[in-house]
Design a protein around this ligand. Structure first.
Ligand SMILES: Cc1cc2nc3c(=O)[nH]c(=O)nc-3n(C[C@H](O)[C@H](O)[C@H](O)COP(=O)(O)OP(=O)(O)OC[C@H]3O[C@@H](n4cnc5c(N)ncnc54)[C@H](O)[C@@H]3O)c2cc1C
Length: 307
């Protein structure tokens, strides 16, 4: 196993430890967590959307939170998303929303989650916006896809995400294409066993390109969500060779990562959407960002010893 893969798995495992979690939640703000989210409040998030829009970058907003265990909390989290959709509409900014179903109560029950999602979808319809359902760990993949299919019966402007580390994703993409669902392709951010996910990074990267190629050839709009320069350049090559129109796909990257590259791509005429999280529940999101790039951990340790 490559050392970066080992570090990734190690950080994701350690992130589950209560003492590590307490330490990071206490000091994370001072240790660089803030770089990855827009602020604590919706108003701060809308301000960030406005400044990104001014540089030609659109946004998908995420209210941080996941793994909710009570119906009351899930309903409160759904209220937040209804508020976000109305705030986007009244601020007249260019943004949609990304939602994790475990935040909307998927672990409480499919029906509770479905009821919460119906309220969000009604707000999306009212404000003429698009809803992206993020993909979480593989224990939730089937339920997430089932929810997407159900919700689209009410409102078609709903998309989801497929992870190139999962063996199943090519089949899932064919099924989503047949149903006309637009997809964001990512590599995958969770700790998964080799029985469900490709263990080698080079295979995950190869499968990523295969999935994007499948989506582009089918002529469906696709969100290419990666910071990987090799992949970005490969796609740029395809665009030239095959004369792929630039309105057939968008690049997506996370807030706080490769911001200069995001601006460059937008200036070159590519559609670029930045995933902007906000809120106070940043721990799980932050540790996934650390695991993706162990150099981030060394950066934190360095700043600890400097301060
Ligand atoms: C818009 C967006 C939405 C996403 N939604 C989901 C989702 O719904 N479900 C899911 O499982 N995953 C999601 N992810 C995360 C994704 O699965 C990967 O974990 C993440 O994007 C890192 O993979 P990469 O494609 O950037 O390539 P990598 O090979 O991991 O990284 C390539 C290069 O990008 C830079 N980079 C990558 N990550 C970081 C980082 N954290 N900090 C600094 N530099 C970094 C480094 O230079 C690195 O060498 C999303 C990612 C994006 C960009």
């Amino acid at each position: 196993m490559q050392s970066s893969q080992f570090m990734r798995q190690f950080i994701l495992k350690v992130a589950g430890s209560p003492s590590f979690s307490r330490f990071v939640q206490r000091y994370g703000r001072y240790l660089g967590a803030r770089r990855f989210y827009a602020g604590d409040t919706l108003q701060e998030a809308i301000d960030v959307v406005r400044s990104l829009n001014a540089t030609g970058i659109t946004v998908t907003l995420d209210h941080l939170g996941e793994s909710v265990t009570t119906a009351e909390e899930a309903a409160r989290q759904a209220d937040m998303y209804v508020d976000i959709l109305h705030a986007i509409h009244s601020a007249q900014v260019d943004a949609n929303v990304s939602i994790k179903l475990t935040q909307m109560g998927l672990d409480v029950g499919f029906d509770e989650c479905h009821a919460n999602m119906l309220r969000i979808v009604a707000a999306a319809q009212e404000t003429d916006n698009f809803v992206r359902i993020d993909m979480e760990d593989s224990l939730h993949t089937d339920a997430t896809l089932a929810m997407v299919h159900d919700l689209r019966k009410t409102y078609p402007r709903i998309g989801t995400v497929l992870q190139s580390y999962l063996y199943r994703s090519q089949n899932d993409l064919s099924m989503l294409q047949a149903a006309g669902v637009t997809v964001r392709i990512v590599k995958g951010a969770y700790l998964e066993p080799p029985s469900v996910a490709l263990p080698q990074k080079s295979d995950v990267d190869q499968n990523y390109l295969r999935l994007v190629d499948m989506a582009l050839r089918a002529g469906q709009y696709v969100a290419i969500a990666t910071h990987d320069e090799n992949i970005i350049q490969e796609i740029e090559g395809w665009v030239k060779e095959r004369s792929i129109p630039l309105d057939r796909f968008e690049f997506q990257m996370l807030y706080g990562i490769r911001m200069q590259r995001q601006r460059e791509l937008a200036q070159q005429g590519y559609r670029v959407r930045c995933y902007v999280p906000y809120g106070t529940d940043w721990y799980a999101y932050y540790t996934r960002r650390l695991a993706e790039r162990p150099a981030n951990v060394f950066f934190i340790l360095r700043s600890l010893f400097r301060s």
